[in-house]
Design a protein around this ligand. Structure first.
Ligand SMILES: [Zn+2]
Length: 83
């Protein structure tokens, strides 16, 4: 998904504004720490310690539909093992 990646990089300067609105899908805390690398970014909640994909927080409206990074990895692993 090269196009999507470029789009994210272009938005870099505006990210802080968007994050001000984000809160943890699990405990509703707004104390989220952002970890970013080339392929994307994750936000870690300082209250409950869960990590979420930035993309999920920005695109999924219903917090109950957002999986933690751990949950997503577990899901992918299950998928691979059954392959
Ligand atoms: Zn939390």
């Amino acid at each position: 998904m090269p196009n999507r990646k470029n789009k994210l990089e272009h938005k870099e300067k505006h990210r802080d504004l968007r994050f001000a609105k984000l809160s943890c899908p699990r405990c509703k805390s707004k104390k989220m720490i952002r970890f970013a690398w080339e392929s994307g970014a994750e936000l870690e909640c300082t209250e409950c310690g869960e990590r979420f994909d930035e993309e999920d927080l920005l695109t999924i409206d219903d917090p109950s539909n957002i999986l933690t990074v751990k949950e997503k990895l577990a899901f992918v692993r299950t998928f691979k093992e059954s392959d």
